[in-house]
Design a protein around this ligand. Structure first.
Ligand code: ADP
Length: 264
């Protein structure tokens, strides 16, 4: 068992008010899973993601990651676990804009003081199909290419788990399919992936879907595991979905479109 969470509570204090963001949640994830966490805005997805990713601690409950209890760790120890065991992929890529792709991917290895940094970063970029763009800066790459570099950066430390927060939220539907195809390929190679998304089509590409509401898991079962190439063209923008995705969690209409992936 890779992830064992039991009776996880997270309470935020806002002055005199207390918000119960997670209300006694249980979650088990095995190595090799591809899991989508879904649910309406405010249901606790980000809070769960932060705790899963060792960015935050639960108020109460147990969390065992790869056999190591992490719920009660100090900030320093939590950071150590995070840098060794978790790879993050964000909606906005979070790359250093003026730093070439290769150096962006080497960065987590520098924090670890790892050896063979250049070689390992090159291998990670090859793995995501970016071998021919290693010297490009993020500003010289399309959105999909930037996200590939971000995936390489997340994978370069060989984490136990890849955590992706709305990884296709800034991408057009074609590029979303490419990124989901990459995730599927990595999962086939054995990478454990957890994706938080409000988009049902993205969720359908996973092997398992967990549905949240009011800080609890209200549904947990196999997902259709559809081939991302079969996602519809407007998949990434399917607002008003049965998930109850709120307006505002989707990309606002009229915002600048994602960079075209023509150059990919
Ligand atoms: P989701 O990611 O599903 O939209 P969140 O985990 O962000 O849900 O939020 C769950 C609940 O916790 C919401 O009611 C939200 O307002 C509250 N919440 C989240 N973060 C904080 C915080 N830092 N301080 C106070 N309340 C918070």
């Amino acid at each position: 068992m890779l992830i064992e969470m039991h009776d996880i509570h997270k309470v935020y204090r806002m002055g005199k008010t207390r918000v119960h963001a997670l209300a006694g949640l249980d979650l088990h994830v095995d190595g090799g899973e591809m899991l989508a966490v879904m649910g309406p805005s405010g249901s606790g997805k980000s809070t769960l993601m932060n705790i899963l990713g060792c960015l935050d601690r639960p108020t109460r409950g147990t969390y065992v990651l790869e056999g190591e209890p992490v719920a009660g760790l100090s900030n320093d120890d939590l950071a150590r676990v995070r840098s060794r065991k978790i790879g993050f992929v964000f909606q906005t890529y979070n790359l250093l804009p003026r730093t070439p792709a290769l150096q962006n991917v080497m960065l987590p290895l520098m924090y670890q003081g790892a050896r063979d940094r250049r070689q390992r970063a090159e291998q990670a970029l090859e793995r995501v199909g970016m071998a021919d763009r290693m010297d490009h800066r993020p500003s010289e790459l399309s959105g999909g290419q930037q996200q590939r570099v971000a995936v390489a950066r997340a994978l370069v430390t060989e984490p136990a788990i890849l955590l992706a927060d709305e990884p296709t939220g800034n991408l057009d539907s074609r590029t979303s399919r490419e990124i989901m195809t990459l995730f599927r390929q990595l999962n086939d190679e054995g990478v454990t992936i957890v994706i938080v998304t409000h988009d049902p089509e993205i969720g359908n590409c996973a092997k398992r879907t967990v549905r949240m509401r009011d800080g609890l898991i209200v549904g947990d079962g196999p997902a259709p595991h559809v081939d991302p190439q079969e996602m519809s063209d407007d998949g990434a923008e399917s607002a008003g979905s049965p998930e109850g995705a709120t307006v505002g969690s989707a990309m606002p209409s009229g915002s600048s479109p994602p960079r075209s992936s023509e150059r990919s």
